[in-house]
Design a protein around this ligand. Structure first.
Ligand code: FMN
Length: 402
């Protein structure tokens, strides 16, 4: 995983809400991703989580009061505000949301927030009636207008026994949204369709033909594009991966279902990246009963599946179309041939079969082939890194096309 927060200075504000205990886990994740994190606890937060926990996890002194300055002439809340690359308040109480929406500065956190000029992220968490209260909603609207990124609470059973909206989302999700906030938005509002994973072609109700695609490369691309501001639709075959945040999922099983989902969404797309490993063949006559082990041999008749990539290449207008070629040999010639046959703007070739590249690995070794004849080989990299470099190249090529 890329250490997206490496060398980033983050300030974490914690308010007096029941979810304050989750901020310790959030802090741990941010530190693990390379951030240097300073924590400000409100006076009331101390009733829910002690400063010592945050001090130990951040390795830095924790600020709990406006007036516990260090006696060296520095004004801490201004200094921290000036050096922060981003600020995140999790959990944010109804009280703090109200204060920030109205520019009130009567404690360390609210005073500090008025001095912050870097990106601000706020994670409301409270009882459902409090969250739905018109004053709270009005204050959140004001904060959004003031360019706060508001991370909406989850719905579910709350500590107070009520079921509804107001639960602080998982710390991993909050950290992910912080990473997104800090990424350049060079794909802002671009519509990107990504396909990922394998297709499953049924033989009978319990068996199918498929392949080893894990979906990791396609999911990494969808996540990277979403970070960079794109509206992403991820057409995914069966995988064990969680949907990337902020991405619209279209879950499919067979090649035919994948084809329909892609054709439905390609019209409005700016960029189409086809990473999925679509089965080339499907059983001619899948049966609706479990085939019994009665004979020593079983013959399976297969029909060719639709060539989705070729069909997109045929239908495409202004869309930038990228294919993937997973090959076991002759990567250069096979990739270039596929690019030409399928009318692609670019193809990503990778050799499959090794442990550090291809289907199930977290890393990949790829070569980009462009339709002007140029090529670029990358070293073995994390799939997240490959995804970002691929998007860099697509953005350059789209800009060059005008
Ligand atoms: C047990 C308990 C749990 C609370 N949980 C929340 C909460 O989850 N969200 C919230 O907005 N307020 C909650 N409150 C109310 C806040 O603690 C209260 O509004 C306080 O003034 C917030 O102070 P602060 O915003 O300075 O941290 C809770 C209060 C108590 C006694």
């Amino acid at each position: 995983m890329i250490a997206f927060l490496k060398d980033k200075k983050i300030v974490l504000g914690v308010c007096g809400g029941i979810a304050a205990y989750k901020s310790a886990e959030l802090l741990r994740i941010l530190v693990k991703q390379g951030a240097s994190v300073k924590v400000i606890l409100t006076e009331n937060a101390k009733a829910f989580a002690g400063p010592l926990t945050f001090e130990a996890l951040s390795g830095q002194p924790v600020c709990t009061s406006l007036f516990d300055e260090r006696g060296d002439g520095s004004i801490r809340h201004i200094e921290w505000a000036e050096e922060a690359h981003a600020v995140i308040i999790a959990p944010a109480t109804a009280n703090m949301i109200g204060k920030l929406a109205n520019g009130i500065a009567d404690d360390a956190l609210s005073t500090f927030m008025l001095a912050v000029t870097s990106p601000k992220i706020i994670c409301p968490s409270m009882n459902t009636s409090m969250y739905e209260n018109r004053a709270v909603q009005r204050n959140l609207d004001i904060l959004e207008g003031d360019e706060y990124m508001v991370v909406e609470p989850d719905s579910g059973e709350l500590a107070c026994g009520v079921t509804g909206a107001g639960r602080l989302p998982a710390p991993e999700y909050i950290a992910d949204r912080l990473v997104k906030r800090l990424q350049p938005k060079d794909l802002n509002r671009k519509r990107v369709v990504v396909t990922a994973g394998p297709t499953l072609e049924p033989i009978d109700p319990v068996r199918f033909i498929s392949n080893h695609s894990s979906g990791k490369m396609g999911y990494a691309i969808a996540r990277a594009a979403e970070y960079r501001g794109a509206d992403v639709i991820l057409v995914s075959g069966s995988t064990s991966l969680s949907a990337p945040a902020g991405v619209l999922m279209a879950s499919v099983k067979t090649a035919d279902e994948m084809a329909n989902a892609v054709f439905e969404n390609m019209e409005n797309a700016d960029i189409i990246i086809k990473v999925a490993a679509v089965a080339d063949y499907k059983p001619s006559e899948p049966v609706d009963y479990k085939i019994k082990k009665t004979s020593d041999n079983l013959e399976l008749q297969l029909d060719k599946n639709i060539d989705i990539l070729k069909e997109i290449g045929r239908r495409k207008k202004d869309q930038f179309l990228v294919g993937f070629a997973a090959e076991t040999h002759d990567l250069d010639s096979n990739s270039r041939k596929k690019m030409e046959e399928k009318n692609l703007d670019m193809i990503v070739g990778n050799l499959v079969g090794g442990s550090s590249s291809g289907f199930e690995a977290d890393t990949n070794k790829v070569t980009f082939y462009f339709n002007d004849g140029k090529k670029e080989s990358l070293p073995v990299l994390e799939k997240d890194e490959v995804a970002h470099i691929l998007l860099d190249r697509i953005i350059e090529k789209v800009a060059a096309k005008g």
